[in-house]
Design a protein around this ligand. Structure first.
Ligand code: SF4
Length: 493
């Protein structure tokens, strides 16, 4: 979820050297029960999808809404007192990452919008590509915008459709049809909870249920960006919300409505490679299993001998283990991650930022000294972190450092809810693999092939978005937005 159609870019060196997931969404509907604590734990499990702000809105009988949102981690934003101030049987929650320029509490979610049927609360993961258009349409009916976000535009569009005389279901569907781009949404209303995914299903959204304590108890439904958000509260995974589907959950149960005219399947492949938690299920297996397979595939495409295989922790670990299994080269831990350190870009000075990588990753000298090392990572964006890691390994005594990447070169920015740099800052967009190897100071560098990445999914390769590796964007991007991030094409034309 990014502000407006323009992408604010922080000073390059201050930005993390990985694509950043932009949001996690959560919803729970349990008539007669307080649910704020369930939402808190759900967001806690989805913390990896956004670390800059968090929020929960709860609904009580009689169109009473409570909302608390603030900047910070879920554990910083909420405490027992704050959760007690959120009574209600329906909760919508959100964790958000954004670029620094838009890190304002007003942009934190859930977003509220008033309608003739009551107030709605909306949590969004994704990014619209027609925000300006939608906001211009909404401005014609004098909507007051509190933010510049696409999420607010969706919420206001639903309210507008409801105010035209539609019920919640038709109002929401009419509004979804006005949106283009990536959107997985959890929406609370005084009459029920809505979950939906855009017609391409770019971002994930799953449906679960809490176990019934008696046969008379109504089914209690949960929506979450990933299944780890269900596991943490003991909810059973039922199924994915399908691309272009809306689920409408009320005291009468759940209704499924397919609203998109031409639904497709274009799940973001980066969710599989890196963003989603390894213990989350996608395509009926944990992502740990997929990441093991891409490591095996990477090994089968690699021709280098070494003494040990290590990972850039934590995200490179499953692929490194898979690499070791197929290559027969022993897996070892070579870098220890300090799990209590935040993102390196909070360091105020360049010198301290340089030191940041040592704050996060410390080498095991006994393991590395005198060894030919293969290090597996999930991706390279700008390459600045990679070079620091390689220097760390050499300082610890590694005699050769070979880097293997469990995804293809990232050559294009994302417009669908992942915060990547503009194209001119993506190292693989401007340099050959040999040039990158030289820049990050490795003895050899190899990326996983695009075909290998998709084959390892064991699904139809056409059912994924892999545009940041190919530039083949499944949802058309207006020229004005393209120009904000496709800097190289802009220069070329
Ligand atoms: S462009 Fe890349 S990061 Fe964005 S949705 Fe497609 S695969 Fe995912």
């Amino acid at each position: 979820m990014l502000p407006d159609d323009t992408f604010s870019v922080d000073p390059v060196e201050q930005r993390p050297d990985k694509p950043e997931e932009a949001c996690g969404v959560f919803g729970v509907y349990a008539p007669g029960e307080p649910v704020a604590n369930l939402a808190y734990f759900g967001l806690f499990a989805l913390q990896h999808r956004g670390q800059e702000s968090a929020g929960i809105a709860t609904f009580e009988e009689g169109d009473v809404i409570h909302l608390h949102k603030d900047m910070g981690l879920v554990s910083q934003v909420f405490n027992e007192t704050k959760l007690k101030d959120l009574p209600g049987y329906l909760a919508i929650g959100h964790t958000r990452y954004s670029t620094t320029g838009s890190s304002r509490v007003v942009n934190a979610q859930p977003t509220l919008a008033k309608s003739r049927l009551g107030t709605l609360a909306l949590a969004h993961n994704g990014n619209l590509v027609n925000t300006s258009e939608l906001r211009a349409e909404l401005a014609e009916t004098n909507h007051d915008f509190a933010t510049t976000t696409d999420s607010e535009a969706i919420a206001l569009a639903i309210a507008e459709e409801v105010n035209r005389g539609n019920d919640w279901v038709n109002g929401a569907i009419n509004a979804f049809k006005r949106c283009r781009g990536a959107f997985s949404l959890a929406i609370g209303t005084p009459d029920g909870m809505i979950g939906t995914r855009d017609p391409n299903g770019v971002r994930p959204l799953v449906l679960g249920t809490l176990a019934q304590e008696s046969q008379d108890q109504p089914l209690r439904y949960v929506l979450a960006s990933e299944t780890c958000g269900l596991d943490i509260i003991g909810a059973d995974y039922v199924r994915d919300v399908q691309p272009g589907e809306m689920v409408w959950i009320t005291e009468d149960g759940m209704e499924s409505i397919f609203w998109a005219e031409q639904p497709a399947r274009k799940l973001c492949i980066f969710e599989m490679i890196y963003f989603a938690r390894p213990d989350s299920l996608m395509h009926n297996e944990t992502l740990y299993s997929y990441r093991l397979r891409i490591g095996r595939q990477l090994a089968s495409e690699s021709n280098i001998d070494a003494d040990i295989v290590i990972a850039v922790p934590d995200s490179g670990v499953p692929a490194a283990i898979g690499f070791s299994q197929t290559s027969g080269i022993p897996y070892a831990e070579g870098l220890i991650k300090n799990r209590y350190v935040g993102r390196t870009f909070i360091q105020p000075t360049q010198g301290m930022r340089e030191a940041g990588i040592r704050m996060k990753l410390n080498p095991l000298k006994d393991v590395l000294a005198g060894k030919r090392v293969i290090i597996v990572d999930d991706s390279i964006v700008r390459g600045t972190t990679s070079r620091k890691i390689v220097r760390t390994l050499r300082d610890a005594g590694a005699i050769e450092v070979h880097m293997r990447i469990s995804s293809p070169p990232v050559t294009h920015p994302c417009f669908y809810g992942i915060d990547t740099d503009s194209q001119d800052h993506l190292i693989a967009a401007t340099k050959s693999i040999d040039e990158i190897a030289k820049q990050i100071e490795v003895d050899s560098l190899q990326y996983l092939s695009w075909e290998g990445m998709l084959a390892a999914t064991r699904e139809d390769p056409n059912e994924f978005c892999s545009a940041c590796f190919t530039g083949d964007y499944p949802i058309t991007i207006p020229e004005t937005i393209k120009r904000s991030k496709l800097m190289l094409e802009k220069t070329a034309h």
